[in-house]
Design a protein around this ligand. Sequence first.
Ligand code: FES
Length: 155
Amino acid sequence: MKNENEIREIIEYYASQRNAAEQENIVSMLREIQEVEGYIPVDAQEMAAEKLGVKRVIFSCIMKRIPDLKEANYSHELVLCTGERCQNKNSMVLLETVKKELKIAKDGLSADKKVHLTTQNCMKQCRTSPNMKIDGKLYTGLTEEKVLGLIRTLK
Ligand code: FES
């Protein structure tokens, strides 16, 4: 997602409500996320599910019922760090590996439209570079083999 800090704040606010796991609270949270991002990214859903202590599938059910909420039209969000420290540890090679393996098009979508790839200029985890996030979860100290292993498990 593009505005991670803002999204984190929104999610933390709604997670701290007494009725955090109730539909009314979730719908308001999803609306705010959409206002910031334009739609509701997979990694924001993952983060929200964890903080609110609910299953991610609940969001999909709600979004299907409320037409003005736009879910990401792919299943996984992959963000590769291309900051300087990660680049020094071959992150550009990893990027090419991912692009080739998933046949990523110009819009960042894989050939099967299930994965969306973006890059980030430093994830503030330089000590463990090179880094990548899949659906908001950080993977560190990556190699080509590790990356291929991870993305081949994505469905
Ligand atoms: S450059 Fe990749 S985490 Fe800082």
